[in-house]
Write a protein that binds this ligand. Structure first.
Ligand code: 0T9
Length: 386
């Protein structure tokens, strides 16, 4: 691999071999330093709102069709951040820090031009397998997104295939009373470029947005498929008769999710364009003083992140081992005392009724999924500023 530092070539090829021979959860494999990211997966839910004005705009839709289009536009506009940020900021996809059980991340995007303040809360609800639950809320606009993420990984012809497990539900309070709920599912990822030590993500298959009387199907293709370009997509929004879909026609938009798209059926001109700047989340501590507690991600991983950023891999690995040992001891103590770890913000449920209802009459599989219910206990530091 050309992008692999000479001294790490041996460990990169043995890392690739261990990926090829195991499937399921790659998060716990030890990778060579050059591929490590100093950021934990608990921070990734922030990608959902780096264009807060597009999230807020969902509430301004006057009809169910306008709102369904606004949800689609916001969703498509998050993909660039979700799947290309590490390449843009660090030169390639990187291996995130594997969150500890109970790890937390809090942040917000300030109110601006009347769009309302948007707040983010993330909790690692499982360590093995890794599962991250999150909520993003814009109270002023009556918008709340609650979801969880997990991954199942496998290896195929030199690439890592990541099946995303989990879903999100967006609740939109309507000004006239009542609410709409949208179910969002997640695309499949393929991680290519491993051989060269320069991994990058391509999306494939499809994801869904169902709600407000519409079924949105987003199909993803890479280089050499329908438009020939990488990061291509085609989204179709179809009204569901009898479920409130007010339009009669189908809407189709096509383009590249990391650049722009336009209407090809049922509309004219530009649909989305992410060439403009994004707004990174402002992290806040939950302590009354605004400081971060010991389980808050940037505090927990502080020295590991410092080591990775500054190339002091001895510090990074020593600190990582210390944290992992501490967590192992905590689990042992819990088993011994019979008192398991208590989640702070979420309660797991085995079947999400919203998922089940909205997935009906669509091709979404599986037909049932678990979920994590947010306990509405925002830390004071986020509430005050809301
Ligand atoms: C949810 C996102 C997810 C998390 C990451 C697959 C991956 C962990 C999950 C799916 C976010 O909304 C979007 C973006 C990137 C995804 C990560 C990319 C990645 O490589 C990791 C996995 C676990 C690895 O670290 C594989 C090994 C590594 C050497 C490849 C760079």
């Amino acid at each position: 691999g050309d992008a692999v530092p000479v001294a790490q070539r041996g460990s990169w090829s043995s890392f690739l071999k261990s990926i090829a021979s195991m499937s399921g959860d790659l998060s716990s494999l030890t990778a060579p330093p050059f591929i490590l990211s100093p950021i934990s997966l608990t921070e990734y839910p922030a990608y959902w709102c780096e264009r807060p004005e597009l999230f807020a705009a969902i509430a301004d839709g006057k009809t169910s069709e306008e709102r369904a289009l606004a949800v689609l536009k916001w969703f498509i506009s998050t993909l660039k951040g979700q799947y290309t940020t590490r390449n843009e900021s660090a030169g390639s996809e990187k291996k995130p820090l594997n969150p500890a059980l109970g790890e937390l991340f809090y942040g917000y995007w300030p109110d601006q031009d009347g769009r309302g303040k948007t707040t983010l809360l993330t909790e690692q609800v499982s360590h093995h397998p890794p599962i991250t639950a999150y909520v993003i809320e814009n109270e002023k606009k009556g918008l709340k997104l609650v979801g969880h993420n997990a991954q199942k990984t496998s290896f195929s012809t030199g690439s890592i295939i990541v099946k995303q497990i989990g879903h999100a539900v967006l609740t939109v309070k309507l000004p006239a009373g009542g609410e709409e709920q949208y179910l969002l599912t997640l695309p499949r990822l393929r991680i290519d470029g491993l051989w060269y030590g320069a991994p990058y993500i391509e999306l494939s298959e499809q994801s869904y947005i169902v709600g407000g009387g519409f079924v949105g199907v987003i199909e993803y293709k890479g280089k050499g498929y329908f438009s020939g370009k990488s990061h291509s997509f085609k989204a179709t929004l179809t009204p569901q008769p009898g479920r409130g879909g007010s339009a009669t026609k189908e809407i189709v938009v096509e383009g590249t999710w990391h650049q722009n798209s336009k209407f090809t059926t049922g509309g004219h001109g530009s649909f989305h364009d992410v060439s403009g700047p994004k707004e990174v989340v402002t992290a806040v501590g939950a302590e009354a003083s605004g400081e971060m507690g010991p389980m808050e991600t940037r505090k927990l991983w502080e020295l590991v992140a410092k080591g990775i950023r500054e190339g002091d891999f001895e510090l990074a690995s020593r600190e990582k081992t210390r944290i992992e040992n501490e967590m192992r001891q905590r689990r042992k103590d819990e088993t011994a005392s019979g008192v398991p770890w208590a989640l702070k913000h979420f309660v797991p449920i085995a079947n999400d009724p919203v998922y089940e209802e909205l997935a009906k009459h669509t091709k979404i599989a599986p037909s049932t999924e678990d979920a994590y219910v947010f306990q509405e206990n925002w830390p004071q530091t986020l509430r005050e500023k809301k």
